[in-house]
Design a protein around this ligand. Structure first.
Ligand code: PMP
Length: 430
């Protein structure tokens, strides 16, 4: 593949933008090489400015459930844009999306729209603290909930990839209120509650973590978290920014039968435009201004273009059985990847849920951040670059999740599996 235009463009980007990117993991810094500079996306494919085409398993890190430039989503955005891009006043579309979210995720009785997952979790924590009058929070090591101070502590995703899970610049006093425990570890959570239970405002969790690669909860673990939080009067915040409408149409809380107090959503609910939301029980949400004293606001929150994209994405999803179709396709792909790895003699752990999956390059079971870190990152790097050169675009980190879209075809899957055979052989030969 010729990457000369991307190389020149990215060199220029680095002069003006830190690392040439507006979100660190896009830079390929930890994996090496220059990221393709993208000219367009269509269906399951990305095209870079050199004209190379890739089958895309990043899908903007999750939002594009229907693929790039899905006609219904694009049309809704165009129709909304023709009527003006923002009003700073109530619209019908905001109520429509809010109602849709409360129907799809019944633990949410009211919902507030924001512009990013970071804002959603930041606001959810403030709300939990306002509601309980407590200050401490518990998060799980290797989970990522956005880049605000309270949660940029032992964080996954790009923070883990770049080796800054505890970023400089987070005040010690803020980080001191964040208690971290390993995922799937009951004793550690019990000990945290035994030590500080009456001061813990909230436990925030990705119920099916996707930011240390995809890791699944062990049997009964989520129920255990729900019951211990109830026992101590602590709110449970389910961060489904990634898993929402990816793990299933009911999201992970519906799949596992968990009833959280507050839920954070993002990604899929905006269909590729900047939308996220936090919502929950009426009694809690009525603490939010202007009804209650907990202040939170946004100039562009509930933006009409973003609402239109979200409504179109979710309406199409509901009407076309999208989540279960994607689950079947993901099972076929991961089944093929497992076979290809075995044929090459490369030990992997393959995790999948709904339309999400991760290939961990380790022979050990992966159930938390430490076990995810047993992955052979050199093997991952070889696999990643081999796939990229064969036109398969994967997330450039072991600590991310791959996604499928409705636009992926059986031919895409076939091509991906052929490329994977070559990539796993390259790993085995290294
Ligand atoms: N929570 C989770 C579970 C996420 O995966 C992410 C982003 N990957 C966020 C929060 C932050 O969302 P955003 O990047 O939109 O701020």
């Amino acid at each position: 593949m010729d990457h000369s235009k991307s190389q020149a463009a990215f060199a220029e980007a680095k002069q003006y933008i830190p690392g040439g990117v507006n979100s660190p993991v896009r830079s390929f810094r930890s994996i090496g090489g220059v990221p393709p500079v993208i000219a367009k996306g269509s269906g399951s494919k990305l095209t870079d400015i050199d004209g190379n085409e890739y089958i895309d398993y990043v899908l903007s890190y999750g939002p594009l459930l229907l693929g790039h430039a899905h006609p219904q989503v694009t049309e809704s955005i165009q129709t909304a844009a023709a009527k003006g891009s923002s009003y700073g006043a109530p619209t019908l579309a905001e109520t429509e999306l809010a109602k849709l979210l409360c129907t799809l995720v019944p633990s949410m009785e009211m919902v507030r729209m924001v512009n990013s997952g970071t804002e959603a979790t930041m606001s959810a924590l403030r709300l939990a603290r306002a509601y309980t009058g407590r200050e401490s929070i518990v998060k799980f090591i290797g989970c990522y909930h956005g880049h605000h101070d309270s949660l940029l502590v032992k964080a996954g995703s790009g923070a883990a990839t770049l080796g800054v899970p505890d970023s400089p610049g987070v005040p010690k006093g803020v980080a001191a209120n964040t208690i971290t425990v390993p995922f799937n570890d009951r004793a550690a959570l019990e000990a945290a509650f035994a030590a500080k239970g009456s001061d813990i405002a909230a436990v925030i969790m990705e119920p099916t973590p996707g930011n240390m690669g995809l890791v699944l909860p062990q049997d009964g673990y989520l129920e255990f978290i729900r019951s211990i939080t109830k026992k101590y009067g602590t709110l449970l915040i389910c961060d489904e920014v990634m898993s929402g409408f990816r793990s299933s149409e009911k999201s992970s809380q519906g799949l596992y039968g968990i009833d959280p107090d507050i839920t954070c959503l993002g990604k899929v609910i905006g269909g590729g435009l900047p939308v996220a939301a936090y919502g929950g029980k009426r009694q809690i949400m009525e603490q939010v201004a202007p009804v209650g004293p907990m202040y939170q606001a946004g100039t562009l929150s509930g933006n009409p273009l973003a609402m239109a994209a979200g409504i179109a994405n979710l309406t199409y999803m509901r009407g076309h059985n999208v989540c279960s179709q994607l689950e079947s396709m993901t099972a076929i792909l991961t089944g093929g990847l497992a076979k290809a790895a075995a044929k090459a003699g490369v030990p992997v752990q393959l995790h999948r849920l709904g339309s999400m999956f991760t290939v961990f390059f380790t022979d050990q079971e992966v159930y938390d951040y430490d076990s995810a870190c047993t992955s052979d990152l050199d093997a991952f790097r070889i696999y990643f670059h081999s796939m990229l050169e064969q036109g398969i675009y994967l997330p450039p980190s072991q600590f991310e999740t791959n996604f499928l879209s409705l636009a992926h075809t059986p031919e895409d899957i076939e091509k991906t599996l052929q490329a994977a055979e070559i990539a796993f052989s390259a790993v085995a030969a290294a």
